[in-house]
Design a protein around this ligand. Structure first.
Ligand SMILES: [Zn+2]
Length: 72
């Protein structure tokens, strides 16, 4: 099974975990009378807000990029 660290090259700079990361995305949504339906691609970038719900560390995606040593 792939990990977030393997797939996206990201992990938490504080606790080192990669299973509880959140990122703010931009996408299109179709509006319906009873709600929304996301349509198309999701976009996020190195400066998108990002956080770890395991320990409460928040910042931007760039803060969570895994370096050569295995931690941001
Ligand atoms: Zn964390």
């Amino acid at each position: 099974m792939s990990t977030v660290r393997d797939t996206f090259g990201l992990c938490c700079p504080t606790c080192g975990k990669d299973h509880a990361l959140m990122v703010e995305i931009t996408t299109m949504a179709r509006l319906h009378g009873d709600g929304t339906e996301t349509v198309g691609d999701e976009e996020w970038a190195i400066d998108s807000p990002c956080g770890c719900t395991a320990c409460g560390t928040w910042g931007i995606v760039g803060n969570f990029i895994v370096s050569e040593g295995g931690q941001p």
